[in-house]
Design a protein around this ligand. Structure first.
Ligand SMILES: CC(=O)N[C@H]1[C@@H](OP(=O)(O)OP(=O)(O)OC[C@H]2O[C@@H](n3ccc(=O)[nH]c3=O)[C@H](O)[C@@H]2O)O[C@H](CO)[C@@H](O)[C@@H]1O
Length: 355
């Protein structure tokens, strides 16, 4: 078999992380690895430095349901991206393409179809995103993280596999995580993670709540690029823009988490058995995918949820304080979830599908 695989996906870290979990397996197995991403997206930062992966940048345009003055050029950018992807696929001749979604992936999956190379799409959210919806007709298979997502996917292509989680996240050290954040073992640690891009509303509410929170806990706050506040220098409060390699240690040091409800993040907390309070991104700011992700986790008792519209400092403090009380029940339910098989199954499917 031709041992060459091409990955795509980008826009936010959520559309890259699953690829990051799979790439090391292929490297170890001696595969040639290509990646198609955008010129300036986070995927370039996360993927280009990896050894053994050739990164190709293509033109991308945001696809929207409705045309407006601002996005008149976007269909042309997508067409250009498709031509570029078509050329790259023709030159590199991958046996299979794995797409994690995001707008950059649409031209790649379309070009794969034109080149007759099988593509496998992975959908991590409860309801499929627009990019994946457009790309699914061109793909051979579509895999879901949430079992409930199956109802939205074509019967002949779909399979529920669960969440693909980076292996190294299970190998963190609490001690290293505490020392990385300049904290100690004296009080429990609350991690605050506003999604890969941070979350300004959560950041502001947390900063206002510090006087009430810090007496009983330490806080590691991942604020997002350019969103830390250097004027806050409290003991027991550590701020970061984004954490890459040390994230495994930070997770190991975490007792509770306050997070957005991006699919990859919440499945990581579930697999690592970290009790969570979720503040999903509102419908005004998104298509509402995080609201349904969070609802599903709440129904399964893996998480508590605070809607963004209800986010006040008082409510936030109360909910965070209550996490400790609710944790034992959450942990009982979380223990029933098994995550180990997802990555193996995805690898098997990719092998079955490869030309
Ligand atoms: C604003 C937006 O469009 N959000 C979407 C995006 O979220 P977002 O990009 O935030 O994606 P997720 O929450 O799914 O994943 C974030 C990933 O980044 C990692 N991470 C985060 C912070 C950090 O400092 N270091 C780090 O490695 C997390 O461990 C996780 O693996 O994709 C998700 C998956 O399709 C969707 O559910 C979200 O609605």
């Amino acid at each position: 078999m031709n041992k060459r695989i091409l990955f795509t996906g980008g826009g936010t870290a959520g559309h890259v992380i699953v690829n990051l979990a799979l790439i090391p397996v292929y490297r170890q197995d001696g595969w040639e690895i290509d990646y198609i991403g955008s010129e300036n997206g986070i995927e370039r930062k996360l993927i280009e430095p990896l050894e053994g992966v050739t990164y190709h940048a293509v033109s991308t345009g945001k696809l929207r349901r409705y045309m407006s003055k601002e996005n008149l050029k976007d269909p042309f950018k997508v067409m250009k991206g498709t031509m570029q992807a078509w050329r790259i696929i023709g030159k590199r001749k991958p046996a299979v393409i794995f797409s994690k979604g995001g707008f950059v992936s649409v031209p790649v999956v379309a070009a794969a179809k034109l080149r007759n190379v099988p593509a496998v799409i992975h959908e991590s959210d409860y309801t499929p995103g627009l990019a994946n919806k457009i790309a699914i007709p061109f793909a051979k298979r579509v895999l879901a993280t949430f079992e409930e997502t199956m109802q939205y996917l074509p019967e002949k292509k779909r399979e529920y596999v669960g969440a693909v989680i980076r292996e190294e996240l299970f190998e963190g050290s609490r001690e290293k995580g505490l020392s990385y954040a300049g904290l100690d073992d004296s009080k429990p640690v609350l991690l605050i993670m506003g999604g890969s891009g941070g979350a300004e509303k959560i950041n502001a509410a947390v900063r206002e709540s510090l006087p009430e929170l810090l007496p009983s806990m330490q806080i590691i706050h991942i604020c997002g690029q350019g969103k830390t506040d250097p004027s806050i220098q409290e003991k027991g409060y550590a701020q970061f823009e984004y954490i890459n390699e040390e994230l495994k240690d930070v997770f190991a040091a975490t007792d509770y988490v306050l997070s957005r409800a991006g699919s990859n993040a919440i499945f990581e907390f579930l697999a690592l058995r970290i009790p969570m309070l979720l503040v999903p991104l509102s419908r005004q700011a998104s298509r509402g995918d995080q609201i349904v992700n969070a609802r599903s986790f709440k129904e399964k008792r893996y998480a508590r949820v605070l809607e963004e519209e209800e986010l006040t400092t008082d409510k936030l403090v109360r909910e965070i304080m209550q996490l400790k009380e609710h944790a034992p029940v959450m942990l009982d339910y979380m223990k029933k979830y098994k995550s180990e098989q997802a990555r193996e199954r995805v690898l098997e499917i990719l092998k079955e599908t490869a030309k």
